[in-house]
Design a binder for this molecule. Structure first.
Ligand code: PMP
Length: 437
């Protein structure tokens, strides 16, 4: 905090006009967050002139880091032509074509302004298509700030039974929302079968992030996803993949890596090139619920800034720059860091592990196998450790997300990855020493 007087005073000022000085819960850090001044490549500078390797990348969305020349040029070219119209533009067709081309399961796509809206429209599309009310989701998995997606996001151990209970995340969640969302344990085929045997004919969709961050950043097992598709199909239920984050895992996202074709896919983050974005895509017959050419669609959907040409052009430039070589580079950096961080835990004799895939990794301060939400639910001791870890990294010039999530970007080099590893190793050593004292 001593090195951050500028951020501290901005936070004081913010508190006078925003609740708790905050307009985005996820970026709050106690006692105050650093305020960003600028970014370039894989680095960000705060308002006090401190520089950090950015391993948050706006919560995984800035896959090329900052000021990628093609993305910057695309935005600058669009600005003199206008930024948003009450009419469609060519740019939305071009980005849709790229995404439909990369995702074999997506025949048709619609854009939204956030991942939250992408997931929301996927849920609503599943309900409109099937005429059923219920959604199944994974315990503890985050899908944005939409009532139905938030159920069971944060169920405390006092709520843990054999089967997860539908618990509200926010005060004021209507009872009906809880009734219509069934939470299931992650990677558990039998639990899924049991839920479908009892209620299959009222379930519109089963929503899953193939590598849910808040449920541990552990990949879904392929046999689990296969079984999910089979169980859902037999019940007439749609499978919805939330690839808002996991689309950064490969050319065709997680579904490409796993070889699974969901009925609907929600996207966001990287597809907007750093601008607000989301999307829902999928099978042509399902996506037809949005089709207005034959009168009022089954599911009307608007959005004043939906598919605005700045987002679309930035997204297109960013996705075009994301080549197969980019993914290979990110995979190499990710593997190097996962191995290095795991080795660091061992070397310091500290309980912990590093999980993830591709350009994403996560640190857990626990040595038992991380399997699902319950296995990572942090107790007081882990909370303190994450806090020390997060702040210790900040002091060593690395910006990570709270609870140990790291997202890499294409401008990072091997040398950058070594520096990041060095910082992580150093703070883990310090935590191990504290534990011993
Ligand atoms: N789904 C997942 C898996 C996410 O991680 C997020 C955001 N972190 C969302 C949906 C919501 O996206 P947005 O913040 O753009 O609304």
């Amino acid at each position: 905090p001593d090195a951050m007087p500028g951020s501290k005073s901005l936070f004081e000022r913010a508190k006078k006009v925003m609740p708790g000085g905050n307009t985005r819960t996820t970026v709050f850090v106690d006692p105050f967050p650093i305020y960003a001044a600028r970014g370039e490549g894989c680095r960000v500078w705060d308002v006090d002139g401190n520089v950090y390797y950015d391993c948050i990348n706006n919560f995984t969305s800035m896959i090329h880091g900052y000021t990628h020349p093609d993305v910057a040029a695309a935005v600058v070219e669009q600005l003199p032509f206008g930024t948003a119209f009450g009419a469609p533009t060519l740019s939305e067709i071009e980005l849709a074509e790229l995404l439909v081309d990369r995702l074999p399961s997506v025949d048709r796509i619609r854009f939204t302004n956030s991942g939250t809206e992408g997931v929301m429209m996927a849920i609503k599309a599943a309900r409109a298509f099937t005429g059923r009310p219920k959604i199944v989701k994974i315990e503890g998995a985050y899908h944005g700030s939409y009532d139905f997606a938030e159920v069971s996001l944060d169920s405390s151990p006092s709520n843990w039974g054999d089967m997860p209970r539908s618990t509200p995340y926010a005060m004021g969640t209507p009872r009906g929302v809880l009734d219509d969302v069934i939470a299931v344990p992650f990677n558990d085929v039998e639990a899924l079968r049991a839920v479908f045997a009892a209620q299959g004919d009222s379930i519109a969709g089963v929503l899953i992030d193939p590598m849910p961050n808040r449920a541990g950043l552990i990949p879904a097992r392929r046999d689990y996803l296969r079984a999910m598709v089979e169980i859902a199909r037999a019940a007439g239920t749609l499978v919805i993949f939330d690839e808002v984050i996991s689309f950064r895992l490969g050319w065709s996202g997680a579904q490409g890596l796993w070889g699974i074709e969901p009925d609907l896919t929600a996207l966001g983050k990287i597809i907007g090139g750093g601008f607000p974005v989301g999307a829902v895509g999928g099978r042509a017959d399902v996506m037809a619920v949005f089709d207005p050419t034959r009168g009022k669609p089954a599911l009307p959907h608007g959005g004043t800034f939906t598919a605005n040409p700045v987002t679309m052009r930035a997204g297109l430039a960013s996705m075009r720059a994301l080549t197969k070589e980019s993914f290979a580079h990110l995979d190499t950096l990710g593997a190097f860091l996962r191995e290095g961080v795991s080795a660091s835990f061992d070397r310091h004799g500290l309980a912990g592990q590093c999980v993830g895939l591709g350009s994403l990794f996560k640190v857990h301060f626990t040595s038992h196998p991380v399997t699902d939400y319950r296995s990572v639910y942090p107790g007081q001791a882990e909370h303190r450790r994450f806090d020390t870890f997060h702040k210790g990294l900040l002091g060593r010039g690395v910006l990570s997300a709270s609870y140990g999530l790291f997202a890499l970007s294409t401008p990072m080099t091997q040398a950058d990855a070594r520096s990041i590893l060095h910082a992580i190793d150093d703070i883990l050593g310090e935590i191990a020493a504290q534990r011993g004292s």
